[in-house]
Ligand binder design. Structure first.
Ligand SMILES: *Cc1c(COP(=O)(O)O)cnc(C)c1O
Length: 429
């Protein structure tokens, strides 16, 4: 694969941007190669500046559930741009997107738009603290909730990928207020709540974790968590930035039939533009200014282009009654092919999947939490990643990230992926 132009751009980028990138995992550090520069993307494919074409399983880390540059979304965004890109005043699109979010996710009574998932979780945390009058939060090892100070304790995603310790720059007093429990282990939560009686304001969880690789939570674990939060007056916050509008119409909370108090969103609701949102019970949300006194604002919040892209994306899904069913049927074909190819080569690797998200862990042991995810052979993963890339399949450059399938992926993309996978495994084993 010729990467001359990408290599040149990356050399130049390193003079101007920290590590040459604007988000750490993009640097490809953990897979030992220089990153690629993408020139364009359409449907399930991305093309880099050297003209290499890839089947994309990142989907911008989740947002592109319809594939890249969907005709209707692009048309709507162009139309919106012609009417002005930002007003610093109200627009109609933000109401439409809010109503659409509520239509998909019944636990949402009121929702506030922000610009990223990070902003959504930070704001939800402030609200939970204000509502309960308590300070501490509980999160789970390997879960990622954006880069807010309070969440950079045993965080997943890029922090896990790069093997970084908890980030410098986070003060001790902030770190003290973040308690970490073990994913899928309710006893670990009981212990923390007991030890910090009447001090825990919120529990944050990715109900299906995507940021330590894909790890589902057990239903009885989530139910027990719900019960505990209700009894202890703790705000249960589902971080569905990744899983919202991805795993089902109503996200992971619909799959599990469990209602959180607050939910954070991002990714898909922006249709590829920068958006986040948080919402939930009216009683909590009406504490947000100007309805209430919890301050949270944003110059570009509810941006008309972003609202339009998000609304169009959700509308396309809403208009197709079988959207998730069809997406899952398509994914089944891919998963079956990947599993069979793996077994044919007598490799017993752990394959975690949920809806249109999956991770192949390079370990033979079950992966149910961060500790078991970390048993994966990341060097082997790096070789697999590189081999797949050379064969035209663009996976997330980390063992601790999920792959995303879009409705634009076709059977022939899957066939190509399955055969690349078989060859890649032959290369590395
Ligand atoms: C991506 C992600 C975030 C952070 O969202 P940004 O838009 O990158 O700030 C938070 N939580 C989860 C679960 C995510 O997957």
């Amino acid at each position: 694969m010729n990467t001359t132009k990408s290599d040149k751009l990356f050399a130049e980028a390193q003079k101007h941007l920290p590590g040459g990138v604007n988000s750490p995992v993009r640097a490809f550090k953990s897979v030992g190669r220089a990153p690629l520069y993408i020139k364009k993307a359409k449907g399930a494919k991305m093309t880099d500046v050297d003209g290499n074409k890839f089947i994309d399983y990142i989907g911008s880390w989740g947002p592109m559930i319809l594939g890249h540059a969907h005709k209707k979304v692009v048309k709507a965004v162009k139309h919106a741009a012609n009417h002005g890109t930002s007003f610093g005043a109200n627009n109609e699109q933000e109401i439409r997107l809010a109503a659409m979010i509520k239509k998909f996710v019944p636990s949402i009574e009121v929702v506030r738009m922000v610009n990223s998932g990070t902003e959504a979780t930070m704001s939800a945390m402030r609200l939970a603290r204000a509502f309960t009058g308590k300070n501490k939060i509980i999160k789970f090892e390997g879960c990622y909730h954006g880069h807010g100070d309070a969440f950079l304790i045993k965080a997943g995603s890029g922090v896990a990928t790069l093997g970084l310790p908890d980030s410098p720059g986070v003060t001790k007093s902030t770190a003290r207020d973040t308690l970490t429990a073990v994913f899928n282990d309710i006893e670990s939560v009981y212990k923390l709540v007991e030890k910090n009686k009447n001090e825990v304001a919120a529990v944050f969880i990715e109900p299906v974790a995507g940021n330590m690789g894909l790890v589902e939570s057990h239903k009885d674990f989530l139910s027990a968590l719900r019960e505990l939060c209700t009894v202890e007056n703790i705000v249960l916050i589902f971080d569905e930035v990744m899983t919202g509008f991805r795993l089902a119409r109503g996200g992971a909370q619909e799959l599990y039939g469990i209602k959180p108090d607050l939910t954070t969103f991002g990714k898909i609701i922006g249709g590829g533009l920068p958006v986040g949102a948080y919402g939930g019970r009216r009683e909590l949300m009406e504490m947000i200014a100007p309805a209430g006194s919890v301050y949270q604002a944003g110059t570009l919040s509810g941006n008309p282009l972003a609202m339009t892209a998000g609304f169009e994306t959700l509308k396309i899904i809403d208009d197709d009654k079988d959207f998730y069913k069809n997406l899952e049927t398509n994914c089944e074909y891919l998963y079956k092919g990947l599993r069979e190819a793996t077994e044919r080569l007598s490799q017993n690797l752990t394959f975690n999947r949920c809806g249109s998200m999956f991770t192949l862990f390079f370990t033979t042991k079950k992966v149910t939490d961060f500790a078991s995810a970390k048993k994966s052979d990341t060097k082997l993963f790096a070789r697999y990643f590189n081999s797949m890339l050379e064969r035209g399949v663009y996976l997330p450059p980390s063992q601790f990230e999920a792959c995303f399938v879009s409705s634009a992926h076709a059977k022939k993309d899957f066939d190509k992926t399955i055969s690349a996978h078989a060859s890649a495994l032959k290369d590395i084993f």
